[in-house]
Design a protein around this ligand. Structure first.
Ligand code: ATP
Ligand code: MG
Length: 242
């Protein structure tokens, strides 16, 4: 069974249709990469999946439940389908450790000791255990993003969403964050990644979806999508790859 089934998702802002009839499935352990031009609806699509935006139509079935239905605990959904943002969104007034602990305490109601243990495990996983007491301002962009990933992992999410996690980073720091994502992929973490890094996308994605003006232009196994590109995808690649 798919972990996530998105059916005919549509979304408009101020009468302008931004997503139309977007449908895809995500299996456990799969990595879906969403590609598309600026403004094609990639972020809106991710934000709909974890209910930061409310779609106008369609269904999002997560583990068999339509999360667009009534009586859905949105905070719980957001902890199960957890987002890593381009701009990190760390709390500046809290240490790295506390950034990783707070949602575990508030949303998952874990004890202080357990939350701390899990935070340290995940900081260790992203190579930042020694920065536990540091504050975000003293970290590099790449380190901040790795903390944000550790913080997400602390929630034991079923799905991790990444919205251009490396696009605010200097080229040198991109590699360290991509390295962490590649490791998660190997561990079988289910993820959806929006990125403009085509070469990395090709390597990490089991499935690729190309959005064009809010519509799915093509969707399928990564090697098929890249091996036999549609005219619009070809044009996109030519521009992106220069
Ligand atoms: N909250 C909002 N209010 C009004 N319009 C919005 C809102 N969010 C997004 N849009 C519009 O929806 C369209 C799709 O935006 P979205 O951010 O999903 O694109 P994107 O593919 O992520 O682009 P980028 O690659 O630049 O991040 C754009 O035209 C954008 O201006
Ligand atoms: Mg975006």
């Amino acid at each position: 069974m798919s972990v996530l089934e998105v059916r005919n998702l549509s979304k408009s802002f101020d009468g302008e249709e931004v997503l139309r009839d977007v449908s895809f499935d995500l299996e456990k352990g799969e990595c879906l990469v969403i590609l598309g031009n600026s403004g094609s609806g990639k972020s809106t699509c991710l934000r709909c999946i974890n209910l930061l935006e409310h779609p106008d139509g369609g269904e999002i079935i997560f583990q068999g439940q339509n999360i667009l239905g009534r009586h859905v605990d949105e905070n719980k959904v957001r902890s199960r389908i957890n987002m890593v943002f381009q701009s990190f969104n760390l709390f500046a007034n809290m240490s790295v450790l506390d950034n990783c602990i707070i949602a575990q305490r508030k949303v998952l109601h874990r004890s202080k000791e357990e939350a701390k243990r899990i935070a340290m495990e995940n900081l260790n996983k992203v190579g930042l255990a020694e920065k536990a007491k540091a504050f975000p301002a003293s970290l590099s962009g790449g380190q901040k993003q790795r903390v944000a990933i550790a913080r997400s992992l602390c929630m034991d999410p079923e799905i991790l969403l990444f919205d251009e996690p490396t696009s605010a980073l200097d080229p040198l720091m991109v590699a360290e964050v991509c390295g962490v994502m590649a490791k998660l992929r190997e561990e079988g973490v289910t993820m959806v990644l929006v990125t403009h890094q085509i070469e990395f996308a090709k390597k990490i994605a089991s499935k690729t979806m190309f959005l064009y003006s809010g519509v799915v232009d093509c969707l399928g196994p990564t090697n098929e999508i890249f091996g036999n590109p549609t005219p619009k995808f070809k044009e996109f690649l030519a521009v992106e790859l220069g």
